[in-house]
Design a binder for this molecule. Structure first.
Ligand SMILES: [Zn+2]
Length: 108
């Protein structure tokens, strides 16, 4: 693996960890073979089919890997992925609700 590839992979892995930790990897309609990965500007669709993981982003098309696909791959490798997903998504929603409340645009 070239140094350039190495650096690119390292960046993608670090982003993948961030997506997972921030609850940005979300099962699509409760499925476990399609996931949304919510990046800052965009949403990417990651599919798992017959052990292969693919992503809808341009980076994946160009390099054959990306932070979104790596995030889903890491998630699928976790022993406690269901609990982890649930916890991270719940935390993310709680943060978003706090943020919305703090702007004053959101009242129940
Ligand atoms: Zn991607």
């Amino acid at each position: 693996m070239s140094q350039e590839m190495d650096a690119s992979l390292r960046r993608a892995i670090n982003k993948a960890v961030k997506y997972l930790e921030e609850g940005r990897v979300v099962p699509f309609g409760g499925r476990r073979d399609v996931f949304y990965v919510i990046s800052k500007e965009r949403r990417h669709l990651v599919r798992v089919k017959e052990g292969r993981i693919t992503c809808s982003c341009d980076g994946f098309k160009a390099r054959g890997f990306c932070s979104h696909a790596l995030a889903v791959w890491a998630l699928l490798m976790m022993d406690e992925r269901e609990r982890y997903l649930e916890e991270k998504i719940r935390d993310r929603l709680a943060r978003e609700i706090r943020r919305l409340r703090s702007t004053g645009d959101f009242r129940i």
